[in-house]
Design a protein around this ligand. Structure first.
Ligand SMILES: Nc1ncnc2c1ncn2[C@@H]1O[C@H](COP(=O)(O)OP(=O)(O)OP(=O)(O)O)[C@@H](O)[C@H]1O
Ligand SMILES: [Mg+2]
Length: 259
């Protein structure tokens, strides 16, 4: 198992949103999370990525219990996250956005707190110089040929679909083993949804495990290995993409009545 969330209770301040949610991701898989607005899908992703600390339950990545780890350390370990909103730096160029995707490994003139003690050698061996980061950005953009001619443009000046590609490209800079993606198709026209989804399939086929939240549930289930339906902070249904797509209850309740 690559990633496992087990019985997570989590929320904001006193307000518990997840009341014991579990999910797993195996090597090479794409798993989608669906469910109504407010079900807790983003909260689950944020809890896995260490942006929220669960009051109960564990998160495991490979053999490591990563519950409560800082997102920066998770990125270094091979976890990536594309947030639902504000996932690019609009006033930076496309190239600079990509470079930001490697910022956690940039050699810094100031000692960072995690670059000390027994971890120092391991961490430093994975640090990158600016020139290497630039090189990696040029490599990464090869996966996103549409961005090639726009490298010097401000990310904020690009179309919604292109900005989503920038966010994905940025998250691929460190070649993550697992990518958590929150609603990549939000606000995109149907044709662009397909473009973004095929890029995500390509990323998955290149060896990155994917956990993706989606409102576009049918299209997402059609490309997923497995899926989870969340409702009011609880697991409601789980199964293969195919099974969920053809389950009458799931269809009626969560897929607009057309199973
Ligand atoms: N920062 C926050 N502070 C307080 N409550 C929040 C915060 N973010 C989300 N919530 C609440 O947590 C609940 C679950 O939100 P969450 O964003 O996880 O839902 P979701 O399943 O991702 O929904 P959507 O499909 O609308 O993105 C909602 O009731 C929401 O109002
Ligand atoms: Mg959400």
């Amino acid at each position: 198992m690559l990633l496992q969330a087990e019985n997570l209770r989590s929320g904001y301040g006193e307000m518990e949103i997840l009341h014991g949610v579990s999910m797993t991701l195996d090597q090479g898989e794409m798993v989608v999370l669906i469910g109504p607005n407010g079900a807790g899908k983003s909260t689950l992703i944020k809890t896995i990525f260490g942006l929220l600390r669960p009051t109960e339950g564990r998160v495991r990545f490979r053999d490591t219990d990563i519950t409560g780890y800082h997102p920066r350390d998770l990125v270094i370990m091979g976890l990536g996250y594309v947030p639902q909103t504000n996932n690019t730096f609009p006033t930076l160029s496309v190239l600079e956005n990509l470079e930001m995707g490697a910022i956690t490994r940039r050699i810094s003139p100031l000692p960072l707190h995690w670059n000390r003690g027994s971890d120092q050698r391991r961490t430093q061996s994975r640090m990158m110089k600016d020139a290497e980061i630039r090189e990696r950005a040029m490599e990464t953009v090869e996966m996103f040929p549409n961005l090639q001619p726009k490298l010097r443009e401000h990310a904020g000046s690009l179309s919604g679909g292109e900005q989503q590609m920038v966010a994905l490209a940025k998250s691929m800079m460190l070649d993550p083993e697992v990518l958590l993606i929150d609603e990549p198709s939000a606000g995109l026209a149907p044709k662009l949804v397909d473009t973004v989804f095929s890029k995500i399939v390509e990323i998955n086929e290149s060896g990155t495990g994917i956990v993706m939240v989606e409102q576009n549930a049918k299209k997402a289930l059609a490309i997923a290995d497995r899926g989870y339906v969340l409702e009011t902070g609880r697991n409601r249904f789980a199964g293969t993409g195919e099974w969920l797509l053809h389950n009458a209850d799931v269809g009626r309740l969560y897929l607009g009545g057309q199973a």
